[in-house]
Design a protein around this ligand. Sequence first.
Ligand code: PEP
Length: 249
Amino acid sequence: MARKFFVGGNFKMNGTQKSIADIISNLNNANLDPNTEVVLSPPALYLLLTRSQADPKFGVAAQNVFDKPMGAYTGELSVEQLHDCGVSWALVGHSERRVILKEDDDFAARKTKAAIDGGLGVILCVGETLEERESGKTVDVVTRQLGAVASRLSVQDWAKVVIAYEPVWAIGTGKVATTEQAQEVHAALRKFVADSISPSVAENIRIIYGGSVNDKNCQELAKQPDVDGFLVGGASLKPAFVDIINARL
Ligand code: PEP
């Protein structure tokens, strides 16, 4: 079965009610590839606005989620609260949370498990730093990050996961991975899933690329056999996001 192309827009800590409403209105009125699944991830404050204004065909993702169901966790949002507000996805393990907020592999794994148990899909981000790439550790790092999650999920849980390969050195830097670099890591991730989870999960799971994707580089990347879509930061705030969603047309 062909994997459905998946494009996520991570607005990060950008936007206002007005600018986010404009982005959504542009997407609602655009001609988009019906074979691409699109998920929008605004800052938490604008999740409700996004859910109420975006066409129901778009999914909405929180940029973060907590692993406990409720209680004294100041500043956090629970899976149940997201679900209650029509949010059906969460980003987990984004490098900005791993690097800036020092979130470790097991925390990402616990959040992933909690999100899936509560009915959310998870866009699970993995990726190496420049230093790790230059010392030949890329595959070790991304499989370690994925392995931590694998140790907490059941085989069935993986149906709710999209893996985002996001080299840290390519995020927000304008330096995109070459098509060969992206394909090589995506293939290694798929092999890891086949060997450590199951061949059928590996065949079906979407592995998307993130890191300075734009309307100029998306088409070549989209042709790679193991690239099943994109996680887009900066360019998701611009009208050209439509061209990235339509990369396979
Ligand atoms: C991201 O934040 O997930 C990302 C890939 O950002 P950018 O597209 O801006 O590099």
